[in-house]
Design a protein around this ligand. Structure first.
Ligand SMILES: *[C@@H]1O[C@H](CO)[C@@H](O)[C@H](O)[C@H]1NC(C)=O
Ligand SMILES: *[C@@H]1O[C@H](CO)[C@@H](O)[C@H](O)[C@H]1NC(C)=O
Ligand SMILES: *[C@@H]1O[C@H](CO)[C@@H](O)[C@H](O)[C@H]1NC(C)=O
Ligand SMILES: *[C@@H]1O[C@H](CO)[C@@H](O)[C@H](O)[C@H]1NC(C)=O
Length: 876
C-alpha cells in the first residue's frame, strides 16, 4: 500500500519533472545526482530511484532519459572520507548483481535478476557539483576618444544618441574596419523572427533599449532558479551589454544592435556556482525557438587551465546540434578567450575547441590583433572589439544606460551572433554547419602582410589570430542568400597509434610511452581513400587530434599536426604558466585549418618539449584523429551521439577501486587577473606570428610573462574534487544483462573521461631507426570505436585551482576573490554612464600600482560583490 503510494507520488513528481521550468536547487541541504536510465534494460525509473534511496527531481534539461535526483545530505558529522551513500548503494547493488555471475551458474534467484536489471538500467550516475563558469570579461578600458558620424543615422532614421560612437557599426576613421552591417539593413534584414539566447550573468529586460526585444519565454535564471534572468549582483552587466550588441532597439536609447529587430532571451548562469545539470539545461533552454546561443565565458584564461565541458554538457550540446531548431542545429557561438597575454590558447578550452562552436576572436577598430585575444587553430573568425583606444559602445544595465567600456573577446562573440541572426532571417534553413561554412567562405582578410597568415590546402589563408578573417555582415549575408545547403555530417575516427606500448587506465595511470628527447617525436598515420568511402565521407571540415602525453610540465609541451598536403596546424605552443604535471590524458585538440582539404595520405604529429630533460620531461604515449565533414550519400547519414564511456578501446577493463572520499567542490577562479588595465587602449599588432618557431616561447605580444610559475605543485592536494561516473555497459553476461564499467571522475589533478589507450593489439607499429614512430592503420575502417569525445576533454586540473588558490593570497589583485571565486577577477569596467547621469563606477580589483596616467579614477569594488555566488554551498 505504502509502496503504491510512493509510486503514485513518483509518477506525480515525474510529471512535474517533465515541466519545462527547473526546480529550485538546495545544494546546502541535499546532494544532487544526474542519472541516465535505460528503460529497455528491465527496471523502471521508479525502481531505480527507490533502490538508490533518492528522490526524483526532474528531467535533465532536454536530455531524454536523463534525470536529476537528490537525497538529503547526511548530518554534519560527515567526514571527507565517508563513502558517498548513494554511490555505496549502487556499489552494493552492483556487487550483488555480479556475485557469482558466471555463465555456469544457471540457477539464479528472482531477486538477483531484478538487481541485475536495475544495475543495467542505470547507465550513468554522477554527483552534481556546482562549479563556477567564468565570464569572458574584457580587461578594463579607456574612455574612447571622440569620433562621430551622423550620415548613416540620418539616412536610416536612427536616432539612438550613441549610434555615432558605435564604430563597430560605422567606423568613420577606419572605414574598412567594422562589422559592415549597414548594407544588410538596407536589404531590409534586421533579424526579425530570430531569437538569440545570452547565456550569461543576466539580462536587464527593463532596459529601454532591450525591453521590446526581450523574449521572456526562453529566459531563465539558473543561478537563483527564477523565471526571469534579473541581473542582481553589482557587476551583472555583462549579459545586458552583450544583448545590446545584438538586439538593442532602434529607438532613442543608447545605440542599436546589429540585428535590432531580433529577440534576445537571457539565461543566467554566471552569477554563481552552477552544476553540469543546469549548464546542460541552459545550453538547450528554449532550443526549438532559440536559434543562437551567445557564450562569452569559459574556463579560466590564465594560461594554466586545460578544461572543457563535462559529459552532460557535451550531451546537451550534441542534443542541440542534432535536435535543436527543428533539427537544423543550435548555433553555439563562443568567445575565444582573453588570456593571450598569459600565454593562453583557445585549444586548451574544451568549449572553444569544440567542432560545435563558432569560435570568435577579436580585432580592434584599426583591424589589429589586440594582445588579449587568444590564438589557436580552432579560431574560426574574428569580430571587432576593444583595443587601440576604442571599446564597444552598447546598452548597459539600467533603465536607460549605455556603456562605452565593453570589450574583450566577450564583445566579439555577440557581434558575430548579431550577424548570424541577420543571416538566419534571410535563410532560416541554414544548418549549424552551413553557418560554419559561410564563416569560412565569406570571412574578409585583414592585414595581408601579417606573417601569421598561412596558406591552406584549398588556397585560402588561415591565421591562428584571425581564423579565416573578419566576419563581415555584408559578405556573410550575400553569401548566405545564394548558399546551397551542405550535405549531412559524416565522420570517422582512427584507432589510436601507441608509442612504446603506451597505455593509460581509466584512473589516468600512464605506462609505457616514448621519451620525448631532443628534437621531439614524430609519428605518422595514413588515411586511405578506402577509409573515406567506407565511412561515407566526402569532404573534410574539422579535424580532432587526441593525445596522451605524460609530462612533468605540461606547459613545456608543443604539438603540431602536418597534413598530407603539408599544411601544419599548431595545436599547442609553450604556455609558461602551465606547470601542471598531469600531462595530456587524452586531451582533444581541434583545427579548422584543414577545412576543404583532401585528407588522404599521411598525417604526422610532432611532439616536442623545451628540452630541459633534467628539469622537465615526459613521454608520448599515443594519439588518434577524428575527421568531420560531409557525407557522400546523405541517406546514409547518422547523427553523432556522445559515447557514454569514452575509453572503450581496452578489451577488458577491471572496475577501478571504489572511491574512498566523497566529492567536494572547487572554485574556478578568475582567469584574467594578470591582464593590465589597457585592453581598450593598448595598440594592437599585425606583424607577429601567433606562434613563433618551435622551442621559442610565448605567443604574440606577450608583454610580460607571468611571474607566477614554478611553485605550485606542492599545493596540489589542497583541493580534492571527485565525481563518480558509472557506466554499465551491456556485455557478455547472462540474460543479456550488461555489467558495468564504472569509473571515477575528476579525481584530483586528473580527469575522468579521458580515453584509455588500447592495451595491446591491432595496430601495426613500426618503429623507425631514426627515432620516429610510425603506424599504419591496417584495420582501416574501425570508425565507431567510441574514443571520440565531442568536445575536447575535460581537465579538472586541481593543480591549476590550487595554484589559483595560492595566487589569491599572494597577488593583491587576486585578493578579493578569496572565497568568492567569481567576480573579483572580472576585469570589466564601467565607464560613466552617458545616458542617465553619473552611475557608480566600480572596479573589480584594486588598481594596479602602475596605474596608467589619464585613467579615470575608479572606486574599489564593494567587498562582497557576489550575491548568490558567495561560497560553495556544497563544500565540506
Ligand atoms: C516557440 O514557438 C512556437 C511557434 O512559434 C510557439 O507556439 C511557442 O509558444 C514558442 N515557445 C516558446 C517557449 O517561446
Ligand atoms: C611492446 O609489447 C610487445 C608485446 O607485449 C613487446 O614484444 C615489445 O617489445 C614491446 N615494445 C616496447 C617498446 O616496449
Ligand atoms: C606514409 O607513411 C608510410 C608509413 O610511414 C610510408 O610507408 C609511406 O611511404 C608514406 N607515404 C607518403 C606519401 O609519404
Ligand atoms: C625527468 O625529470 C625528473 C624531474 O622532473 C628528473 O628527476 C629525471 O631524472 C628526468 N629524467 C630524465 C631522463 O632526464
Amino acid at each position: 500500500m505504502k509502496l503504491r503510494w510512493t509510486f503514485v507520488l513518483a509518477l506525480l513528481v515525474q510529471r512535474s519533472a517533465l515541466a519545462s521550468t527547473p526546480a529550485k536547487r538546495s545544494y546546502d541541504t541535499h546532494d544532487y545526482y544526474a542519472l541516465e536510465h535505460d528503460p529497455r534494460a528491465g527496471a523502471s525509473l521508479d525502481e531505480v530511484v527507490r533502490s538508490l534511496g533518492v528522490e526524483l527531481v526532474e528531467r535533465v534539461g532536454e536530455l531524454q532519459d536523463h534525470w536529476l535526483v537528490r537525497t538529503e545530505r547526511p548530518e554534519m558529522t560527515s567526514r571527507s572520507n565517508d563513502p558517498d551513500p548513494v554511490l555505496s548503494k549502487f556499489n552494493t547493488l552492483r556487487a550483488r548483481a555480479s556475485s557469482g555471475a558466471n555463465a555456469h551458474v544457471l540457477l539464479r534467484s528472482e531477486q538477483k535478476l531484478r538487481t541485475q536489471a536495475l544495475v543495467s538500467s542505470l547507465k550513468y550516475l554522477e554527483r552534481q557539483v556546482p562549479r563556477q563558469r567564468t565570464k569572458r570579461a574584457p580587461p578594463s578600458v579607456q574612455r574612447p576618444s571622440e569620433s562621430s558620424s551622423a550620415g548613416v543615422a540620418q539616412r536610416l532614421g536612427i536616432t539612438d544618441p550613441m549610434f555615432s560612437k558605435q564604430w563597430h557599426l560605422v567606423n568613420d576613421e577606419n572605414a574598412e574596419h567594422m562589422m559592415n552591417v549597414v548594407p544588410v539593413w538596407e536589404m531590409g534584414l534586421t533579424g526579425k523572427g530570430i531569437i538569440s539566447s545570452l547565456v550569461d550573468d543576466g539580462l536587464d529586460y527593463t532596459s529601454a533599449d532591450l525591453k521590446e526585444n526581450f523574449d521572456a519565454d526562453d529566459s531563465y535564471d539558473f543561478n537563483d532558479h527564477e523565471p526571469l534572468p534579473t541581473p542582481k549582483n553589482f557587476d551583472d552587466h555583462h549579459g545586458t551589454r552583450c544583448a545590446g550588441q545584438i538586439a538593442a532597439g532602434k529607438n532613442n536609447a543608447c545605440g542599436v544592435g546589429i540585428a535590432y529587430n531580433s529577440k534576445v532571451a537571457g539565461v543566467r548562469i554566471l552569477s554563481g556556482p552552477i552544476s553540469d545539470v543546469d549548464e546542460a539545461a541552459a545550453l538547450n533552454y528554449g532550443f526549438q525557438n532559440v536559434s543562437i546561443y551567445s557564450c562569452s565565458w569559459g574556463p579560466p584564461d590564465n594560461g594554466q587551465a586545460m578544461e572543457g565541458p563535462g559529459y552532460l554538457i557535451k550531451k546537451a550540446v550534441v542534443n542541440g546540434i542534432n535536435n535543436g531548431r527543428g533539427g537544423k542545429g543550435s548555433i553555439f557561438v563562443f568567445a575565444s578567450g582573453n588570456g593571450a597575454a598569459n600565454g593562453d590558447q583557445c585549444n586548451f578550452d574544451g568549449y572553444t575547441n569544440s567542432i560545435y562552436s563558432v569560435t570568435v576572436a577579436a580585432v580592434d577598430y584599426k583591424g589589429l590583433h589586440p594582445y588579449y585575444s587568444e590564438p589557436c587553430a580552432a579560431n574560426m573568425v574574428v569580430a571587432y572589439s576593444s583595443g587601440s583606444g576604442k571599446n564597444i559602445v552598447t546598452t548597459d544595465k539600467g533603465k536607460n544606460e549605455c556603456t562605452q567600456g565593453h570589450g574583450g573577446t566577450s564583445a566579439a562573440a555577440p557581434n558575430a551572433v548579431g550577424v548570424i541572426a541577420l543571416a538566419l532571417e534571410a535563410r532560416p534553413d541554414l544548418t549549424w554547419r552551413d553557418v560554419q561554412h559561410l564563416c569560412v567562405e565569406s570571412a574578409r582578410m585583414i592585414n595581408p602582410d601579417d606573417p601569421d597568415w598561412e596558406p591552406t590546402a584549398t588556397g585560402k589563408l588561415y591565421s591562428y589570430k584571425y581564423g579565416y578573417g573578419v566576419l563581415d555582415a555584408t559578405r556573410f549575408i550575400t553569401a548566405a542568400k545564394s548558399w546551397k545547403l551542405v550535405k549531412p555530417q559524416a565522420w570517422f575516427e582512427t584507432p589510436a597509434i601507441r608509442l612504446g606500448n603506451g597505455t593509460m587506465t581509466a584512473e589516468e595511470e600512464y605506462s609505457g610511452g616514448q621519451f620525448i628527447g631532443k628534437g621531439g617525436i614524430s609519428s605518422t598515420m595514413t588515411i586511405t581513400k578506402e577509409m573515406l568511402v567506407q565511412n561515407n565521407f566526402e569532404t573534410l571540415e574539422h579535424i580532432n587530434v587526441k593525445v596522451w602525453i605524460d609530462h612533468t610540465t605540461r606547459g613545456d609541451v608543443e604539438i603540431e599536426i602536418i597534413s598530407p598536403n603539408g599544411v601544419t596546424s599548431v595545436l599547442a605552443k609553450k604556455r609558461s604558466g602551465d606547470r601542471a604535471h598531469s600531462g595530456f590524458p587524452g586531451w582533444m585538440f581541434m583545427s579548422v585549418k584543414h577545412w576543404g582539404e583532401d585528407p588522404v595520405g599521411n598525417w604526422t604529429i610532432k611532439v616536442t618539449d623545451q628540452h630541459t630533460p633534467k628539469k622537465s620531461n615526459g613521454t608520448f604515449l599515443g594519439w588518434n584523429m577524428k575527421f568531420w565533414g560531409s557525407t557522400i550519400d546523405p541517406s546514409k547519414a547518422r547523427k553523432y551521439e556522445v559515447p557514454l564511456v569514452e575509453n572503450v578501446l581496452p578489451v577488458h577493463i577491471d572496475p577501478p577501486p571504489l572511491p574512498s572520499t566523497p566529492t567536494t567542490t572547487k572554485v574556478l577562479t578568475k582567469p584574467t587577473a594578470h591582464l593590465p588595465d589597457d585592453h581598450g587602449s593598448a595598440p594592437g599588432e599585425n606583424t607577429n606570428p601567433a606562434f613563433s618557431s618551435v622551442g621559442a616561447s610565448g605567443p604574440t605580444g606577450t608583454p610580460n610573462p607571468t611571474a607566477d610559475v614554478g611553485w605550485f605543485p606542492s599545493l596540489s592536494n589542497l583541493v580534492a574534487n571527485q565525481k563518480w561516473f558509472f557506466g554499465a555497459v551491456g556485455a557478455v553476461a547472462l540474460f543479456g544483462i550488461g555489467m558495468g564499467v564504472f569509473f571515477w571522475r575528476r579525481r584530483k589533478a586528473r580527469l575522468a573521461n579521458y580515453s584509455t589507450l588500447p592495451a595491446g593489439d591491432d595496430l601495426s607499429m613500426s618503429a623507425l631507426a631514426t627515432g620516429r614512430q610510425s603506424g599504419v592503420m591496417t584495420g582501416g575502417n574501425r570508425p565507431t570505436r567510441e574514443l571520440y569525445d565531442a568536445f575536447g576533454e575535460v581537465s579538472d586540473d586541481d593543480d591549476d585551482n590550487d595554484e589559483n588558490t595560492a595566487l589569491r593570497g599572494t597577488h593583491p589583485q587576486d585578493r578579493v576573490s578569496t572565497g568568492l571565486g567569481f567576480h573579483s577577477g572580472f576585469l570589466d569596467d564601467d565607464e560613466p554612464s552617458t545616458a542617465g547621469g553619473p552611475t557608480p563606477v566600480y572596479r573589480d580589483e584594486p588598481e594596479p600600482s602602475d596605474e596608467r596616467k589619464g585613467s579615470p579614477s575608479r572606486a574599489a569594488s564593494p567587498g562582497s560583490p557576489s550575491g548568490s555566488g558567495g561560497s560553495w554551498e556544497h563544500a565540506s
